[in-house]
Ligand binder design. Sequence first.
Ligand code: GLY
Length: 435
Amino acid sequence: MKILVLGKGGREHALVWKLAQSPRVERVFCAPGNAGTALDGVNVPIETYDFDGLMRFVKKEGVRLTVVGPEEPLANGIVDAFQKEGLRIFGPSKVAAQLEASKVFAKKLMRDADVSTAEFRIFDHPDPARHYVETREYPVVVKADGLAAGKGVIVCSTTQEALAAVERIMVKEEFGRAAGRQIVIEKRLEGEELSVLALVSGRAIVTLAPAQDYKRAFDNDAGANTGGMGAYSPAPLATPDLLAEIESKALVPIVHALKRRRTPFRGVLYAGVLVTNQGPRILEFNCRFGDPETQPVLMRLKTDLCDLLEAAVEDRLDDFAEETLQWDPRPAVCVVMASQGYPGNYHKGKVIKGLDEAAKLPDVKVFHAGTKESAGMTVTDGGRVLGVTALGDTLADAKRRAYEAVAKISFQGAFWRSDIADKALTPKPANTPQQ
Ligand code: GLY
């Protein structure tokens, strides 16, 4: 069968690479893709917002399953549009995708479903929000309601910072008018973050191996928040008991609550969890595969991903009780190589060298993110450029191999964190602040 993956990042390259390994898959297209998806699949020059163009392509090529990578098309209703045309697509409906697209929707649903999350208040006008932040204990987190490419979540240590955050989101509308119409203000919790991704269809929930990602730009969690500078899986922090608690007290209640509302969730339910001294607390839900978590998770998955996604789309996910998923027992580490300046401004078009040498290393896969082909060369085309991922007998070994591959690759202005996986390799203080 033919499959179409939508998006152009490292997550999408990992999806294309994994789906192409299925014996049932004849070809994997990627729209619009990057230089890496062009190697493991076939790129199609259609943007993810062009729903009509994508549907025309799917019908013309006889694509049997479309898999959505990023959140924007989901929030804009691509699944509803495809389904109206009778086309099979993996991802949640527009209403269910509000779980990620609206922080207000997510917090209210968590409250209704009795899911543990930070105390919060919702505001639709700056004046009461300003009064509220005057009376708070700090730190607090101020969140724009809508999608803001990860930038609409502002951690504030003082009243002045919180007032400035309210101003930026609601008055200056820095993240867009719709995104700033409402805000959530919540207590900032302390603990360690964990990414728990599950495939969901109806009431069936199949939890994937847990991962941890590194959101800050530089070592020791310094610098700005990014989309993610590296990840590893499995995460030793996620003991079987903790995972069971997250499933029963967060995933199950949310999935059931959405079903009760007649807006059942189908797709990837990604819980951003903070493991605190009082137990797990949900920071946010996303409704898609994580990036870069997907890279190490899929590196380890042995079960046919095509079978899994197809079962979800056909409401047969119960066939895959969690225990039956096959995993490579070896841990995987992904190190993101980024362009100098990311997550702010950065240059594009820098020639990337050493990809072939890195690819020769055993149990290493270089997933492309912001790359493209230009005049027979692979050049940078984004902030996050590559996700260099390796398996190892131990987590330390996987880390060593990933960095061995990183050392073979170069482009002007390249930077990366040197401490990916250290959270699990080095002893740490009991409480580390939420990023
Ligand atoms: N790595 C964070 C995310 O995918 O949202």
